[in-house]
Design a protein around this ligand. Structure first.
Ligand SMILES: NC(=O)C1=CN([C@@H]2O[C@H](COP(=O)(O)OP(=O)(O)OC[C@H]3O[C@@H](n4cnc5c(N)ncnc54)[C@H](OP(=O)(O)O)[C@@H]3O)[C@@H](O)[C@H]2O)[C@@H](O)CC1
Ligand SMILES: [K+]
Length: 512
């Protein structure tokens, strides 16, 4: 699903009004009714009081439409106009009058107004600012937002949490902390970034009939990926295939006390469909690997405790490298000389990334379209520090263009970047923030590359399947108990969902 910029949202809005021959107030009515329907479905006529805080633009106009429909359906409402400007939008004014016709006189809140009385358990609807925010809210509006945030009320934001910019950093002291964001048609990038994402606990994208053909024609910088985007990439296996058809992956790395990382990656690689898997480890890895995963072949370096040479006596399809490898000088030299002699894409993780960061000249040795899978700390070592999330993404995109790689920025919503765009993943949960989870991801991506998926496909499918397997783990256990090994066990079910018709997939139009 495409993630639109503020400018593209305005264009889709304008195009829809023109192509469907609507008045803008009719689109607002449609948007407001859609929000009302969602609320009504959840509340089912309950006698709760809803406090609706409206700005003076079209987001506020939406709030007024919602208020009118709530009233018509017997809900108790209190409506406020947050008077941060006297420049009311036309559609706001139309709906203000319509509400007055229903004998509802919104309370006008100004700088010195006392905070309205809101009881615990009441619901707050936030329609103060939408996508038209173009400067920081005034301090008094920020204080109002903080008061609302600190109450014991469910907070529902219309379109976006008020105070949040879509394409630049926001002052988070002046942003509504929404329990639910009911957004129009397509989710926004800020819902998925670590700093702003926590202000959007759950989001729901509501279809208000914007012109999808127009939206599909837009070239967006980001896309959301879930089951429906990944399934078409899935390759069914032919009856006449054999293990040679699915490649031979090498998982290289490990050091004394860190052979577990290789065990996890190699097993995940095998369980993601690589025909053959060989682990390349220092001598201390031989026995534990041979006894714990007999399906995996093991090659050892002459050294006992760390890798000092990478000599693979056959031509593997793909190499996943770096997990638990350490960054000592001899290991770095081995990594460098491996890269000098290798031309197909590699998957680089963990200490492999740290070595690239230590000796940046090695980045030039990376074969084109290699997949790099940093967590935030590794990313910072690679690309330098950033002032905010937007700068981070810009710097990461520059890096991808310069190095010619695919970058998998791991996080609650992992973002895969290629030179064209960013793909934001929707599967996964906080239980996966556990030791070895990243090793499993590297194994999955390497396994997919071994079978002939392109590097971008392997990164996208790998990230999705890994997260999905983590979500499936929660059917039988908790976020606390989830281990990386559990994720590997669930890979089977996660892949199986690609060819089962009645797959019970999480709907990516709703997220947390
Ligand atoms: N796109 C769609 O599909 C649909 C969109 N719809 C809805 O429209 C919403 C966007 O509405 P919007 O453009 O009127 O802007 P909104 O966010 O209400 O802000 C109001 C105005 O305030 C001003 N202003 C800005 N910052 C300020 C500040 N810090 N302090 C003081 N003033 C400030 C600024 O005006 P300015 O003063 O700069 O001229 C701005 O225009 C969108 O989120 C959705 O809810 C639906 O109705 C239909 C379908
Ligand atoms: K809002």
């Amino acid at each position: 699903m495409k993630i639109l910029s503020a400018e593209q949202i305005r264009a889709a809005d304008a195009y829809t009004i023109q192509s469907q021959n609507l008045r803008s107030e009719e689109l607002m009515e449609r948007a407001g009714i859609t929000i009302f329907n969602w609320l009504h479905q959840q509340l089912n006529g309950s006698p709760v009081t809803l406090h609706i805080f409206c700005g003076i633009g079209n987001n506020g106009g939406d709030g007024l439409v919602v208020a009118r429909h709530l009233l018509e359906h017997g809900y108790k409402i209190q409506v406020y106009v947050v008077n941060y400007s006297d420049k009311r939008s036309q559609d706001f004014l139309i709906n203000f009058d319509r509400l007055k016709e229903q004998k509802v006189w919104p309370e006008i809140l100004k700088e010195k107004s006392p905070m309205p009385d809101i009881q615990d358990g009441d619901i707050v609807v936030d329609a103060i600012f939408g996508t038209g925010l173009n400067r920081e809210p005034s301090p008094w509006v920020g204080r109002l937002m903080q008061d609302l945030n600190s109450g014991k009320n469910l907070l529902v934001s219309i379109d976006i949490p008020s105070g949040m910019f879509l394409d630049k950093p926001s002052d988070l002291g002046r942003v509504i902390h929404a329990n639910y964001v009911l957004t129009f048609q397509h989710p926004k990038l800020v819902f998925f970034l670590p700093s702003t994402g926590s202000f959007c606990e759950q989001w729901v994208a509501l279809d208000i009939g914007l012109d999808e053909a127009f939206i599909n024609s837009l070239d967006t910088d980001y896309e959301l990926i879930g089951y429906h985007e990944i399934r078409p990439l899935y390759r069914f296996r032919s009856k006449f295939s054999h293990k040679g058809t699915f490649g031979h992956a090498v998982i290289a790395g490990g050091s004394h006390g860190k052979i577990g990382a290789i065990k996890l990656a190699a097993e995940a690689c095998l369980r993601s469909g690589s025909g053959l898997v060989t682990a390349y480890v220092p001598g201390c890895g031989l026995n534990p690997l041979q006894s714990s995963i007999p399906e995996v072949m093991v090659l050892t370096d002459g050294e006992e405790k760390e890798i000092r040479e990478i000599k693979i006596p056959f031509q593997p399809t793909v190499v996943g490298i770096g997990m638990g490898m350490g960054t000592s000088k001899p290991s770095l030299a081995a990594f460098r000389s491996f890269l000098e002699g290798w031309s197909s894409p590699v998957v680089v993780d963990a200490d492999g990334l740290n070595m690239l960061a230590k000796e940046k000249a090695m980045l030039k040795l990376l074969p084109p379209l290699s997949v790099l899978t940093p967590h935030p700390g590794e990313l910072e070592r690679l690309i330098g520090s950033w002032k905010n999330e937007f700068e981070k993404l810009e710097m990461a995109r520059e890096f991808v263009k310069k190095v010619g790689c695919i970058l998998v920025i791991k996080g609650a919503h992992t973002i895969v970047l290629d030179k064209e765009k960013g793909y934001v993943n929707t599967s996964g949960n906080p239980g996966m923030a556990t030791a070895g989870s990243g090793d499993v991801l590297t194994g999955v991506i390497t396994g997919l590359l071994a079978q002939g998926y392109t590097p971008l496909e392997a990164a996208l499918m790998g990230v999705y399947v890994h997260g999905r397997a983590g979500d499936l783990c929660l059917q039988a256990q908790s976020m606390e108990s989830l281990t990386a090994g559990d994720i590997i066990i669930q890979l089977g079910t996660a892949f199986r969902e690609f060819y089962l018709e009645d797959s019970t997939q999480s709907n990516e139009e709703e997220g947390e």
